[in-house]
Design a protein around this ligand. Structure first.
Ligand code: SF4
Length: 237
């Protein structure tokens, strides 16, 4: 998801529930034919100090993404998750159970975890460890985010805002129009007003973004929210 998230332990060389997404996000649907979300678990970082500010977390990386950002730092995980070996989800869950006494929380990231089938099932299973959950997303599935909030499935939703609306096509590999991005992210911002303690917003300062662009992104956020800028790390493809 982000460029500064920790590297999953699959040692890559670089480091969904609803029907209305398929018109926007057709090319990933074939990844999920068996509807087993755990089959898309392709990375696990048992100890991270940087994926949830102030917390010691473990991070689960799910493959697949609805975007094709040319600057993606996890491109293989996002676009070719089948090329990475699946993890034994049972072993990962066992490890979380062993470590839960000293972990502060769990981070669910990708790729784009909101495109997972049965995301609800995954979050409910992880919630059973009685650890708070943080879900990373690009914000383009506001319907999924809404459900996660309404069902209290995550403590925090971290949303990557890619840039000004007019740059979304170029920043996402033409996977989303400016209009659609605005519509989705504004739905997210409305939720943030309603659930102010549940959101954080980030933007990775990729080469195509200027300081003025970042200022525009800041102006989108609801009152009281700040934008966490993330340094861009060149993809190692
Ligand atoms: S949203 Fe963009 S940067 Fe994030 S995983 Fe998908 S393609 Fe990569």
């Amino acid at each position: 998801m982000s460029t500064e998230d920790s590297t999953p332990f699959y040692k890559s060389d670089h480091c969904s529930l609803f029907t209305d997404h398929c018109s926007l996000f057709t090319d990933h649907c074939s990844l999920f034919t068996d509807h087993d979300p755990w089959a898309m678990l392709r990375g696990y970082e048992p100890l991270s100090l940087c994926d949830w500010p102030g917390k010691v977390t473990a991070v689960l990386f799910f493959g697949g993404c609805n975007l094709r950002c040319p600057t993606c730092h996890n491109a293989r995980l996002a676009w070719e998750p089948q090329s990475l070996p699946p993890l034994d989800a049972g072993e990962v869950l066992k490890k979380i159970d062993q470590d839960k006494t000293w972990l502060d929380g769990l981070v669910i990231t990708g790729g784009e975890p909101t495109i997972l089938p049965e995301l609800e099932q995954v979050l409910n299973r992880l919630k059973s460890f009685n650890l708070p959950l943080k879900l990373d997303t690009n914000g383009l599935r506001p319907d999924v985010v809404k459900l996660v909030l309404e069902k209290d499935l995550a403590r925090v939703i971290a949303v990557d805002v890619k840039g000004p609306w007019d740059k979304y096509p170029q920043l996402t590999g033409n996977k989303v129009s400016s209009q659609k991005a605005q519509e989705c992210l504004e739905a997210i911002f409305d939720m943030a007003i309603k659930y102010p303690h549940c959101f954080m917003f980030r933007c990775t300062k990729v080469p195509d973004l200027t300081e003025d662009d970042l200022q525009i992104v800041r102006s989108y956020l609801p009152q009281g929210f700040s934008l966490k800028e993330q340094a861009y790390i060149e993809p190692n493809i």
